[in-house]
Design a binder for this molecule. Structure first.
Ligand SMILES: CC(C)(COP(=O)(O)OP(=O)(O)OC[C@H]1O[C@@H](n2cnc3c(N)ncnc32)[C@H](O)[C@@H]1OP(=O)(O)O)[C@@H](O)C(=O)NCCC(=O)NCCS
Length: 140
């Protein structure tokens, strides 16, 4: 398994992964808008993907905001979970933070995802409990 920057040809597969997480149905206008957002993020080198046997098994969006790298849309394909893919993608976030001289990696994870323990295992700690999500951070 390797991690690389997402390429233009990955956009449809990424859309499928994002939609699988939010159980979003098919809507051609929304699909167009989402693909445009994915295109912009790919162009800004914000999307990393994990590839196993030429199949995308996970993705993470890493956006620099002030002195942080902000994680959004960390998703590992259902059949590929608990095999270290998520941890590998988090390592990409840390690498990017170091490369861009940021002091921390931050994430907000909705309660419904039940991912708090995963982030804590990766060394994050809770900084705030909002009404629907945990805010966590990891200093780098
Ligand atoms: C959360 C998620 C990204 C974790 O990815 P993963 O590839 O399964 O994680 P890893 O295999 O690297 O797991 C690392 C450790 O965290 C644990 N872990 C993983 N997911 C967990 C979860 N949901 N709850 C508790 N522990 C979890 C693993 O058991 C492992 O522990 P170990 O080191 O003691 O064996 C993945 O389950 C996923 O895509 N979930 C749906 C989307 C989601 O919730 N994204 C986060 C939204 S911000």
């Amino acid at each position: 398994m390797k991690t690389v920057s997402a390429r233009h040809q990955d956009r449809k597969a990424l859309l499928g992964l994002f939609c699988s997480l939010n159980k979003i149905g098919k809507d051609i206008c929304l699909e167009y808008a989402r693909l445009a957002a994915i295109d912009a993020a790919i162009k800004n080198h914000e999307i990393k993907i994990a590839i196993d046997n030429e199949i995308i098994v996970g993705t993470i969006v890493l956006t620099p905001i002030r002195n942080s790298i902000y994680i959004s849309a960390l998703i590992v394909k259902a059949g590929s979970r608990k095999k270290g893919v998520g941890t590998k993608l988090i390592q990409e976030a840390i690498k990017k933070a170091k490369r861009l001289n940021k002091s921390k990696v931050v994430v907000e994870t909705a309660f419904v995802y039940r991912a708090k323990k995963f982030y804590e295992k990766c060394g994050f700690r809770v900084t705030k409990k909002h009404y629907d999500c945990w805010a966590l951070k990891k200093d780098v």
